[in-house]
Design a protein around this ligand. Structure first.
Ligand code: PEP
Ligand code: MG
Length: 567
């Protein structure tokens, strides 16, 4: 059994289709520059044609945003700086085309990779993908063609590039397993939107699996079983059926409300990163959007997005949600999220440094543009604006004052602004949780960001594997901070939600419900499961459970308490 990261849920059993990249060796050779330049130009044209064909085939299957990846690839093919460098190297050094391209592209790739930023590493991957294709064409090597697959398989590969993933036919590709990648890599994102089960980051998959091996892909647990025996196959067939039935059964809850057996209503809403993610939230019965992480709009761009570009993105989400609430979080950049075009001085502890609202209150020009775009969009739905990383009352008051200033300006300009706008904050810094009752006098609502709240409370970096045991959502200390936040909101008649990962963890539902949380925001595919739990428990019993949980000493005791109460 091989282990990796579950990137897109499901269980499948099928034969392995190994996607091997043809091995090519690039050697430096003395060559005739004219012939080599000709070869290089022909290879560019052939690659351009390939990418256009793949994009065409993928149109309709992938979202506009995913299709943009191919535009990024075409930009690499058409980049005059890179091809000029290759051509002058061929001319000046009289070397072969593939060698010149190799040297030039490797320089670009290592430059992007050295930037130590996930987004830039993705750009390096784009350049690698495209230049490899060009090299194959220069050398006349066949490029592997996934569209030739005509039987049910699990694709096994070192990595799947966006162009590979786009060629996958759902009818035959029952899953895929890759050696590299994480939950946010391009292939993982695409697998989720294509709903193909996937496990990524299985270090040894290419050496352990042979073409044609029988595989069980358990993308619920992130496991791959190679050549299982009959008994194991039967077990997994049952598991797969059970999972399918569970998913199908949950669909009946899609248009139902979220209400406990004794009539206490809460809202279950979705977390999104781009306007295209709204479809998943609606499909899974989300009652709104509880967190729109707007930083992706900034990260998927080569410069600061304009007011108009932002307005269009926010409007798209509000219109698609058709009157349901949409919580948009203002720019949360810094920490592990960087913008290539907005350099931040290196810091010893970036998660404790210049990020989110701290940066926005310093760079008011950037902040005001976003606020104006949001205010303009507010006319199109039920918008809630939320400020991230608020630590002090003054930060919240200053941010809100800027919003008011922009609102007044827009009204004077005769621009329509929504009447039902709420302005709230994330509670993800312990200082804000402790002082929640005072913050609630200023904010219309809270949303608890447990990903950061836990890292700051436990003093445990959320990026560090070594201290990951301290990520303990059910630790009574965390539950007490959550209780302070919810009680603080309610003391002023305000509502309190949660948009950190904890909100979607099935085990946490009972205790969060009992603590009085009003809104649970999670990834779209977790919504129906959460609703099924909420609809099967009693609020009164959960209140008693929560009262006991905050008096426990350890997370394990809380978990035992939950398991003995919720069957
Ligand atoms: C959080 O901190 O819990 C949160 C939702 O924000 P992010 O994960 O984007 O920091
Ligand atoms: Mg956070």
């Amino acid at each position: 059994m091989l282990k990796g990261i579950a990137a897109s849920s499901g269980i499948t059993i099928a034969k392995a289709y190994k996607l091997e990249t043809p091995q090519i060796t690039i050697e430096k050779k003395d060559s005739n520059p004219q012939e080599e330049i000709e070869k290089f130009k022909n290879a560019l044209a052939a690659s351009r044609k390939d990418i256009e064909t793949i994009k065409e085939r993928a149109t309709g299957k992938l979202s506009d945003e995913e299709l943009e990846i191919f535009d990024a690839h075409l930009m690499v093919v058409d980049d005059p700086a890179m091809s000029d460098e290759v051509i002058s190297m061929i001319e000046n050094e009289k070397v072969n085309a593939e060698y010149a391209l190799d040297v030039v592209s490797n320089n670009y790739i290592s430059m992007f990779e050295s930037l130590d930023d996930e987004y830039m590493r993705e750009r390096a991957a784009d350049i690698k993908d495209v230049t490899t294709r060009i090299k194959y064409h220069i050398l006349g090597v066949d490029v592997a063609d996934l569209s030739l697959i005509d039987q049910e398989v699990i694709v096994v590969a070192h990595d799947l590039t966006p162009s590979d993933t786009a060629q996958l036919d759902k009818k035959f590709t029952k899953g895929f397993a890759t050696e590299i990648g994480g939950r946010t890599s391009h292939s993982a994102i695409m697998a989720r939107s294509l709903e193909i089960p996937a496990v990524v980051g299985i270090a040894s998959v290419m050496s352990e699996v042979k073409h044609g091996d029988l595989l069980i892909l358990d993308a619920l647990k992130g496991q791959l079983i190679v050549n299982p025996d009959e008994k194991t196959i039967e077990q997994y067939q049952e598991k797969a059926e059970k999972y399918q039935k569970e998913v199908a059964a949950l669909k009946v809850l899609k248009d139902k409300e979220t209400i406990t057996t004794d009539g206490h209503k809460v809202e279950i809403v979705g977390n999104i990163g781009t306007p295209d993610d709204v479809a998943g939230v609606i499909d899974n019965g989300g009652e709104g959007v509880g967190l729109y992480r707007t930083e992706f709009l900034y990260m998927n761009s080569t410069e600061l997005p304009t007011e108009q570009q932002q307005f269009e993105a926010y409007k798209k989400v509000l219109v698609a949600m058709n009157g349901k609430p949409v919580v948009v979080r203002t720019l949360d950049i810094g920490g592990d999220k960087k913008l290539p075009y907005l350099p931040i001085d290196p810091e010893m502890n970036p998660f404790l440094g210049y990020r989110a609202i701290r940066l926005c209150l310093d760079r008011k020009d950037i902040f005001r543009t976003q606020l104006r775009a949001l205010l303009r969009a507010s006319a199109y739905g039920k918008l809630r604006i939320m400020f991230p990383m608020i630590a002090t009352i003054d930060e919240f008051v200053s941010a809100k004052a800027l919003l008011e200033e922009e609102k007044e300006k827009l009204v004077k300009e005769g621009v329509e602004v929504g009447q039902d706008l709420q302005v709230g904050m994330m509670v993800e810094i312990p200082a804000a949780a402790v002082l929640a009752d005072e913050f609630a006098k200023y904010a219309d609502f809270f949303s608890i960001g447990t990903n950061d709240l836990i890292q700051y409370s436990m003093a445990a970096d959320r990026m560090s594997e070594k201290v990951s045991y301290l990520y303990q959502p059910l630790n009574p200390s965390i539950l007490r901070l959550i209780k302070l936040t919810i009680d603080g909101a309610h003391s002023q008649g305000k509502w309190c939600g949660m948009c950190g990962e904890m909100a979607g963890e099935p085990d946490a539902m009972a205790v969060l419900m009992g603590l009085g949380l009003d809104e649970f925001s999670m990834s779209a595919t977790s919504i129906l499961k959460a609703r099924s739990i909420a609809n099967s428990i009693s609020y009164q019993e959960m209140q008693q459970l929560a009262a006991k949980a905050v008096k426990c000493q350890r997370a394990q005791e809380v978990l035992d308490l939950i398991h003995s109460t919720v069957k």
